[in-house]
Ligand binder design. Structure first.
Ligand SMILES: [Zn+2]
Length: 154
């Protein structure tokens, strides 16, 4: 009986340990994907797809240099279903993104101008779904956006 209990608790410890490791590596992959995806979005929206270029902020419409670009999320980053959605993410100036609470009204107008109202409505509906991204999907998306950056900047 004692042996079985011990084996049981060993197994539990091992499972908890594995979960922790899986969580850690998923968190690392998420950070990596955030970085690559953000670079892709900012380059996509910058004239000449070059870090020397200028972009128009999706919310305030001002033209600013690439160095002032953030990857601004229309639906907040906490919603995983739309976190890596290319319509949800657009070059946004630092001021709007960081100090102006994303200037939501302006962002929506900018989105409709850029993609049309239908796509914005679909995007708003997608926000409510629950999505869990697997480690394998993270790796695939990181590779995908690295390739897209290469294509864009060659
Ligand atoms: Zn702005």
């Amino acid at each position: 009986m004692r042996v079985m209990n011990r084996a049981g608790s060993d197994l539990r410890m091992r499972i908890t340990g594995e979960n922790k490791m899986a969580k850690k590596s998923t968190a690392t992959l998420k950070t990596k994907l955030d970085r690559v995806f953000s670079e892709y979005i900012r380059l996509r929206d910058t004239a000449g797809h070059s870090k020397d270029g200028y972009f128009r902020c999706i919310s305030c419409g001002q033209i600013k240099p690439y160095s002032q670009a953030d990857c601004g999320h229309y639906i907040g980053r906490q919603h995983m279903a739309t976190r890596y959605n290319e319509i949800n993410c657009n070059a946004q100036c630092r001021f709007c993104n960081r100090f102006n609470e994303g200037l939501k009204g302006g962002y929506r107008k900018g989105l409709i101008q850029k993609y049309g109202e239908d796509k914005v409505l679909l995007l708003e509906a997608a926000q409510k779904s629950t999505v869990k991204i697997s480690e394998c999907e993270y790796r695939t998306m990181i590779g995908f956006y690295k390739e897209k950056i290469k294509e864009l900047t060659k």
